[in-house]
Ligand binder design. Structure first.
Ligand code: ADP
Length: 475
């Protein structure tokens, strides 16, 4: 179902898309699929709604958003099951996504009340200078399938808190969670047209969102290639952007590190969401002295991970999203073997008698080389290569040798070294001995080709505000 101007609707054409469970291959549902016409209408309704929504107070917007956070939590178990069914992640991870997704809404509900301006010292006594902050206008939001709830709320909540209105296009493989989120917005009583949901072919909806002059900002999470296209396509209407794009996270283990903690950190940063997260470790760099111990321990723990249908409470690693994702994983592993990489564990598909999903054994590759595909391309799957290094300078250069710059991790017990790594790693997010450097309070965002802008934290709402300078001459 589409949600336009406060109403649940079908598309004009009556077209639908099938939603499949990636663990079982079974059809879950069929939802309306729309194109440019419905998207244009949603944008126009959002523009109309903006004229009154921008005049609401921060407190009013906060109260509505707080209701959404409460509704997401009340319906949390049902939404978590929807997440697992449509994208495959373990139910325990889906429940964590309910917590983080609803926390973003609550956080930005609170931030809605704290949109301050500034007075600026004037060059003469007869002038009064001010900076005021105002909502940008209609926001086009495009979200991926890997976090079908929290990527939606991390964009919509700050936009609404700032006083913007929104047209959201979720990934076509995971619209069921987005529909559930919009049911919460509907129930909370948001005015008509303030939040709108369009589902359908990416190119058609994307073309309208990027070319329509009423859309003043595009906020996107997805691949770097699509992000670049959206920036190019928006050039004629000079929009603002928030771009959360690809990553290729290095995970550095210095010789003085606590090896067991580093192994656990590597497991959680690699295999969370089956490796399908833009901040997932894609390269492990271990100091030569401890490489053998680290590799053995990592392989033992990796081979103990339980793979299966995410709906089973004991599952730690679910299926990949689709066959294409599985093919990419296989091609990275094959290429690593061709370059004399050693498979320490995994390295093959996994078949279950009752499941038709794309399962792959969690895999560790030893003796990795810079010439391997996996050293440069984002794998987005449960495979990790181990490289070794001799000096700090060498590992910093290798870690930074990529056009990505989203997240990096470093394990060391030397505080000074940890601080040097923090300064030298060209990444927007750095975890020192911390495999989970993402919280509601933190600004999430990448450097280089990993993106533009920040989501979360006190910075998140700024992305949806224009700054206007006002000069008053006092008579
Ligand atoms: P992923 O590999 O995570 O699917 P994509 O960048 O392909 O990454 O997709 C992320 C989001 O961008 C999805 O909602 C997808 O439908 C959308 N998307 C893909 N291509 C386009 C496009 N040309 N215009 C607008 N949105 C697009």
């Amino acid at each position: 179902m589409l949600y336009i101007n406060g109403e649940w609707r079908d598309s004009f054409s009556g077209d639908t898309i099938e939603i499949l469970n990636p663990a079982t291959g079974v059809k879950l549902s069929e939802v309306a699929s729309c194109g440019r016409e419905e998207t244009r209408e949603a944008i126009e309704k959002a523009h109309e709604a903006f004229q009154t929504w921008k005049q609401t107070t921060g407190l009013e917007r906060a109260q509505l958003l707080k209701k959404v956070a409460d509704l997401l939590r009340e319906n949390g178990e049902e939404i978590a099951k929807t997440i697992t069914k449509e994208m495959g992640k373990p139910i325990t991870e889906a429940r964590r996504e309910i917590i983080s997704g609803s926390n973003y809404v609550e956080w930005f509900a609170e931030e809605a009340k704290r949109i301050y301006g500034e007075t600026i010292p004037a060059p003469s006594f007869d002038k009064h200078l001010m900076l005021i902050q105002q909502p940008i206008g209609v926001v086009g939001a495009i979200t991926p399938w890997n976090y079908p709830l929290s990527m939606v709320t991390r964009k919509i909540a700050p936009a609404l808190a700032a006083g913007c209105t929104v047209v959201l296009k979720p990934a076509p493989s995971t619209p069921l969670t987005a529909i559930k989120v919009f049911e919460c917005f509907h129930q909370a009583g948001f005015p008509k047209g303030v939040v709108n949901l369009v589902i359908g072919p990416a190119e058609e909806i994307g073309a309208e969102l990027t070319s329509n002059p009423l859309v003043r900002k595009i906020t996107f999470t997805g691949s770097t290639a699509v992000g670049k296209k959206l920036i190019r396509d928006s050039a004629d209407t000079v929009k603002k952007f928030s771009m959360e794009l690809g990553g290729h996270a290095p995970f550095i283990v210095i010789a003085d590190a606590n090896v067991d903690a580093a192994v656990d950190g590597a497991i959680s940063t690699k295999f969370v969401n089956n490796g399908q997260t833009c901040i997932c470790t894609n390269r492990i760099y271990v100091a030569e002295e401890i490489a053998e111990e680290f590799g053995k321990k990592l392989a033992v723990k990796t081979s103990q991970l339980t793979v299966g249908n995410g709906l089973n409470e004991s599952t730690q690693v679910g299926p990949l999203i689709n066959e294409q994702a599985l093919n990419k994983v296989e091609s990275h592993v094959k290429d690593a073997i061709d370059h004399n990489g050693e498979i320490l564990c995994g390295g093959e598909r996994l078949e279950f008698p009752n499941l038709k999903g794309c399962f792959y054994k969690p895999t560790v590759i030893n003796h990795a080389k810079e010439t391997m595909k996996i050293a440069k391309e984002e794998t987005f799957g449960p495979v990790v290569p181990i490289f070794t290094f001799k000096t700090e300078e060498e590992v910093i250069n290798k870690a930074n040798d990529t056009h990505y710059g989203l997240a990096a991790y470093c394990y060391t017990t030397d505080l000074g070294r940890g601080l040097r790594m923090m300064r030298e790693l060209d990444y927007g997010i750095v975890g020192i001995n911390d495999p989970a450097p993402i919280v509601t309070q933190s600004p999430f965002g990448g450097l280089k080709e990993s993106g533009i802008g920040k989501e979360g934290g006190k910075q998140g709402i700024q992305e949806y505000l224009e700054k206007k300078f006002v000069s008053i001459l006092i008579e």
